[in-house]
Design a protein around this ligand. Structure first.
Ligand code: PGA
Length: 255
């Protein structure tokens, strides 16, 4: 059985002092996490180091929300993979729909970033997902297939196992609207079959596929209970220590 990964995407929230408060609350709510569940928080860059220090006596890992695909150089405002590992990050979110929508992220840059993360032992959490219009047009399966295929281009089957995919239907992000468990399962199974075509059955079974989009304590059990849902990428509810802790507890129960 795949291990659940419960990941909090804080987006542009929580500078160092707010981060300390949120992590304090999380440690109070969840002093111990079961060995069967991986927990990750992804604060903004400026709060990464303090979060790593703050969580050093826990099993909660820290990830970034983006990286640049070059090693260093004249890229004002950017942060490289080696800087993230030096800051203590274990994972990095790549190609979130907000980055694709507002910051020109493309399938090609997502692929370059995925390679770079792997080269630096950072677990890439690659986001894919369709807009409401694309779903209405009925092109969502093809679109997600193209996103997944592009992200894994040139990645061998051993490294592929370290990639985490987050299926995040754009229409469910921050809207309170959630994909039904059936819609989530249907797309996750589709992603697994795309991976099986790209690699093989074992690899497709080994890659973790998270669901993201208004996951909260009230719907987490149903979503995480789906056969091909291996965790969650949680935005809004991860900013509330109690809600995030409750989702972790649900994952522990289902493990
Ligand atoms: P949400 O965000 O849980 O607030 O919908 C999820 C995400 O964008 O990663």
């Amino acid at each position: 059985m795949r291990r659940f990964l419960i990941a909090g995407n804080w987006k542009m929230n929580c500078g160092p002092s707010d981060a300390a408060g949120l992590l304090e609350g999380l440690k109070e709510q969840k002093s111990e996490v079961s060995e069967d569940v991986d927990v990750l928080v992804c604060p903004p860059y400026v709060s990464l180091s303090m979060s790593v220090n703050y969580l050093h006596d826990t099993d909660i890992q820290v990830g970034a929300q983006n990286l640049h695909f070059e090693d260093n150089g004249a890229f004002t405002g950017e942060v490289s993979a080696s800087m993230l590992t030096e800051a203590g990050c274990a994972y990095v979110i790549i190609g979130h729909s907000e980055r694709r929508q507002y910051f020109g992220e493309t399938d090609e840059s997502v692929n370059k970033k995925t390679h770079k993360a792997i080269d630096h032992n950072l677990g890439p959490v690659v986001c894919v997902g369709e807009s409401l219009e694309q779903r209405k047009e009925g092109i969502h399966f093809d679109l997600v297939k193209d996103q997944v295929t592009a992200a894994f281009d040139g990645i061998n089957e051993v490294d592929a196992l370290d990639v985490v995919i987050a299926y995040e239907p754009i229409w469910a992000i921050g809207t309170g609207e959630t994909a039904s468990p059936e819609q989530a399962q249907e797309m996750h199974a589709h992603i697994r079959s795309v991976l099986s075509d790209l690699y093989d059955e074992d690899t497709s079974e080994g890659v973790r596929i998270l669901y993201g989009g208004s996951m909260k304590p009230g719907n987490a059990e149903e979503l995480l209970g789906q056969k091909d849902v291996d965790g969650g990428l949680i935005g809004g509810a991860s900013l509330d220590a109690e809600s995030f802790a409750q989702i972790i507890t649900i994952a522990e129960k289902l493990s």
